[in-house]
Design a protein around this ligand. Sequence first.
Ligand SMILES: Cc1cc2nc3c(=O)[nH]c(=O)nc-3n(C[C@H](O)[C@H](O)[C@H](O)COP(=O)(O)O)c2cc1C
Length: 240
Amino acid sequence: MIAALCRAVFVAAVVLMVSACSSVNDNQEVNSADEEATVISGGQLPPPVTEGEVSFEQALYRRQSKRSFSDRQLSLEEVGQLLWAAQGLSVDGITGPTRTAPSAGATHPLQIYLIAGNVEGLHSGFYRYDYLSHNLELLTEKDLRAELARAALNQSFIKDAPISVILAADYERTTLVYGERGISYVYMEVGHVTQNILLQGEALGLGAVAVGAFSDEEVKALLSLDEEPLMIIPLGEPLQ
Ligand SMILES: Cc1cc2nc3c(=O)[nH]c(=O)nc-3n(C[C@H](O)[C@H](O)[C@H](O)COP(=O)(O)O)c2cc1C
């Protein structure tokens, strides 16, 4: 009973926190191309929903890799939901606020990045996701999809997908605690986060594929990453 009450209080706190953040747009750079279409260069994402219409079992059953995408733009809501699924703020009722994917010793070695090329209201570019504030920070304002596809052994569907989510690791965060064993833990964590994104994509009616075949050096250089890139996940409306 007490545990259930605590959980309800934590859920309410997180929902309030995320909603409050969404009404504060201090960090949002707004560039209005015209009165009708406002395009932002990062900032606050729409708050995630924690209940959807597709059951977990349906998402599991339907998921399969998709490598062909339509021209439909993704919405900021869809992008925010996918990033939240990757590593967003959550609750577990025991340790309080946590994230949507587990992490060995809560060392959280993964950083989530976004390559946006066709998102309604968002400048094409390379962004860092801040899970705590549910915010996007613009790092490079340029459509990097074609170059990313080249760095991924010319897997051209990466260029066609409206977005790709990139998972990159700072191994030291985990190896400082667990030594060499920490390397395996980081790989395991990439699997957790990737599956979260794939299933959330399925629940949103989006197609996606886990891409592990790429040149580490080329991706790192293209994005000026401090961390090691481990997974690229292109997402978009699937073409049947
Ligand atoms: C670690 C990992 C790396 C992968 N790398 C690629 C890749 O570089 N390119 C690609 O098209 N698919 C890649 N895949 C997707 C697999 O090819 C796909 O999951 C597999 O064929 C099974 O099909 P399904 O996902 O539809 O069940 C990768 C999957 C995993 C788990």
